[in-house]
Design a protein around this ligand. Structure first.
Ligand SMILES: [Zn+2]
Length: 317
């Protein structure tokens, strides 16, 4: 075992990573990898607790179920500090930085930069988690955003979503501003609770109207229209029938009952513009709406109006 080696050791039944700075007869000492980029902690490990020596340049990856993300390097960008816990290829590094620059441009356009500077950590993909945001309420430290890029991941959405947490916790402070979102969230979730009733009622209304489904769709209020669009998507997914097919059937006076969903639809199906994740809690709901809106995606009209109002009130705060 040598200075500079990375070791995995057992730390109260969990595995942890440490880079060795010194060795003696029965102990090694070094720096813990966790939070190393901004909060390096020295630690001593008994040699008997060492699980494996990974050498001087271990690649990122999984070892014995422990995510090995050796701190690679830091650089300063307009966001603050960018810490790499993966060894990126040149293309990877450029594409992550380009995406971050684009996101910052969007936030700047909305004058939402007062939460900066922050630290951004680039780490390995980990299950469903594509990112996280931690507010650090300590004068000498900065907030930490973690992003976990991987192929096919919409990194812009992740960065804007995580920025949403900063906006929610750091900028949107007034009870009045937040309460509008609590009300909007409540409305959104209620929609899911009564969905099967809406689904059944809409089929009844459609049948009674004797109209083509497209014409019927055009006459609905916004909430019903969203449900109807979801049902049309559902039928396309599960029965491979297009809106044109459904128009043909309804024009001929045929019932759509055989294709209509009979079970409760998930909230994500109900409001396809706001992702499934957004129902977790009010803050996540805000962050999802915020990210989709700033990325130029379409949201239900009421949400767009609320966001515009919120963003205007926050300008320059
Ligand atoms: Zn979130």
């Amino acid at each position: 075992m040598n200075k500079g080696d990375y070791i995995v050791f057992e730390d109260t039944k969990k595995f942890a990573l440490l880079q060795i700075t010194g060795v003696n007869d029965d102990e090694v000492y070094g720096i813990l990898e966790k939070n190393r980029a901004y909060d390096p902690v020295n630690h001593t490990v008994s040699k008997s607790d060492i699980v494996v020596n990974l050498g001087q340049r271990p690649p990122s990856g999984n070892v014995y179920g422990c995510l090995i993300e050796p701190y690679f390097r830091s650089e300063t960008i307009d966001w603050g500090d960018l810490h790499w816990h993966i060894r990126p290829s040149k293309e990877e590094r450029q594409s992550v930085k380009a995406e971050l620059a684009k996101c910052l441009k969007i936030l700047t356009r909305h004058k939402l930069m007062s939460f900066l500077p922050i630290s951004i950590e680039v780490r390995l993909p980990k299950g469903r988690h594509a990112g996280s945001y931690k507010c650090v309420y300590d004068e000498d430290k900065t907030d930490v955003m973690v992003i976990r890029p991987k192929e096919g991941l919409d990194l812009r959405h992740v960065v804007l979503h995580e920025s949403g947490h900063a906006v929610w916790n750091r900028i949107l402070k007034s009870a009045k501003g937040k309460s509008k979102w609590i009300q909007a969230y409540h409305k959104h979730v209620q929609l899911a609770e009564i969905d099967s009733k809406i689904v059944i009622r809409l089929l009844k209304d459609l049948t009674e109207s004797q109209e083509r489904i497209s014409d019927f769709r055009g006459q609905q209020e916004e909430d019903d229209a969203i449900v109807l669009d979801t049902i049309i998507d559902y039928i396309a997914d599960y029965h491979s029938l297009t809106l044109k097919d459904l128009n043909t059937l309804t024009e001929a006076g045929e019932s759509l009952a055989p294709y209509w969903p009979k079970h409760k639809l998930e909230i994500s199906d109900l409001v396809p513009e706001v992702t499934e994740y957004s129902v977790k809690n009010v803050e996540e709901y805000f962050c999802e709406c915020f990210a989709l809106h700033l990325a130029g995606k379409k949201l239900p009209k009421a949400v767009t109006l609320l966001l515009d109002k919120t963003l205007t009130s926050l300008r320059g705060k």
